[in-house]
Design a protein around this ligand. Structure first.
Ligand SMILES: NC(=O)c1ccc[n+]([C@@H]2O[C@H](COP(=O)([O-])OP(=O)(O)OC[C@H]3O[C@@H](n4cnc5c(N)ncnc54)[C@H](O)[C@@H]3O)[C@@H](O)[C@H]2O)c1
Length: 386
């Protein structure tokens, strides 16, 4: 059997939409694409971390760079030897062909750019959030399925070996009956772009999203949410717009009910003094803690860049440190891992349904904060993740 590369990509996506892994494995026996052609849109801060990783991947061919600030696209194209660059999505989609859009633009731009890419027959890896609302995100996933395409959303926290260790410890009953968890992530806020503070931005989709993905990934989909949010710093000075009014929450406390009595808490914000800074280097404290009737464990460092897991149990009360090495996990690996999975026709751990669930939690958090009420959730995802 011989397939064109285009047919192959369409076919693998169709298989995934239908029955995921088994169908993909069937394709694997027939044909293999060697590289996934990538167009990256949004050549700002995070592209400077994504592109070094993508450019080293044997599964990736970087085809196009795009930014509404054309100089940024041109600079990234030169830096990473990307043959084409464009000033907008329309010209990018009409230009050199590619398979996967990597969207690293402002949070508020993701939804319409992801939709344009799907409409044009491209697969999508999107920085968080996948869309501006849960409902719009669900429509994007439906659109992708209807066109035999795939869409995935950051973060990539479920890929870390520490996440795998914690997930297995829970499943193996090391903690006994799990009851409670806490996670936190904050710093003093980005200084370069206004979108983090404008409507559709906020510390929840920028920072809390990691902890929400980790805790729902470990404890299961949340059934309902109770929350408070606030704005602590009403104006900010940012590089691209000067002094701006802060419109999105810069302080959030979220309580999630995971069912069967398990309750967790996430706090995040842009007003957290943290001596370890944005990068978290050297952070030795636990930022994710989980308790059960037989044991507890704490993730050392942030979940997007963990340094180990401390586990104390009924049988070994002195905490022991496990997985002190990130192995080949880095937070910026998301798009590269997806390209590899597409080439190898395997189903990645990162899933669109999980990203959508986290988006629904964020939306429910805001609703609960505004109304003072508990908000039920409808979304779910394949769990356990690992
Ligand atoms: N910077 C980080 O450390 C970091 C880490 C993880 C995730 N993220 C996420 O990555 C995304 C981008 O963040 P950033 O810090 O790189 O922001 P940034 O402001 O540095 O870069 C965003 C870029 O997107 C471009 N852009 C905006 N709208 C566009 C459009 N319609 N078409 C083409 N280009 C467009 C902007 O001109 C800008 O160059 C956000 O979702 C953010 O939450 C950032």
């Amino acid at each position: 059997m011989s397939l064109t590369r285009h047919d192959f990509l369409k076919a693998t996506a169709a298989a995934a939409a239908a029955s995921m892994l088994t169908s993909l494995e069937a394709f694997a026996t027939n044909v293999r694409a060697k590289k996934i052609r990538i167009g990256i849109i949004g050549c700002g801060s995070v592209s400077g971390v994504y592109l070094p990783h993508l450019s080293k991947s044997p599964y990736v061919e970087l085809v196009s760079a795009c930014d509404i600030i054309l100089d940024r696209a041109k600079k990234r194209a030169e830096e990473f030897k990307i043959p084409n660059h464009y000033p907008d999505i329309t010209r990018m989609l009409a230009g050199a062909p590619f398979d996967l859009l990597v969207n690293t633009t402002d949070m508020q731009e993701h939804e319409h750019l992801n939709k344009s890419a799907l409409d044009a027959g491209k697969h999508v890896w999107s920085e968080k959030p996948m869309a501006n609302s849960y409902k719009a995100g669900r429509s994007l996933l439906d659109l992708a399925k209807s066109k035999n395409l795939r869409i995935w959303g950051a973060p990539a926290v479920v890929n870390s070996p520490q996440f795998a260790f914690m997930s297995k410890a829970i499943r193996d009953g090391k903690l006994g009956k799990v009851s409670s968890a806490h996670a936190h992530y904050g710093h003093l806020g980005p200084t370069w772009s206004a979108f983090f503070y404008e409507k559709g931005g906020g510390s929840l989709p920028d920072l809390g999203v990691y902890n929400l993905a980790t805790l729902t990934g470990l404890l299961g989909p949340a059934k309902s949410v109770v929350a408070m949010t606030s704005i602590v710093t009403p104006t900010r000075k940012v590089d691209n717009k000067g002094t701006i009014k802060v419109e999105a929450e810069d302080n959030a406390m979220v309580l999630m009910d995971h069912g069967q009595g398990v309750i967790s808490h996430v706090q995040c914000g842009f007003n957290y003094f943290d001596p370890y800074g944005h990068e978290g280097t050297g952070q030795q404290n636990h930022t994710v803690s989980i308790w059960g009737t037989h044991g507890n464990m704490g993730l050392v460092g942030y979940d997007w860049a963990p340094f180990g897991v401390d586990l104390a149990t009924h049988d070994h009360e002195q905490p022991e440190r496990f997985v002190p090495d990130a192995q080949d996990y880095v937070w910026q690996q998301g798009a590269s891992v997806i390209a590899q999975a597409m080439v190898e026709q395997t189903e990645p751990l990162i899933g669109a349904e999980h990203a959508l669930h986290v988006l629904e939690v964020i939306e429910a958090t805001r609703e609960s904060a505004a109304t003072g009420k508990r908000v039920d959730l409808e979304s779910t995802f394949r769990w356990p993740v690992v």
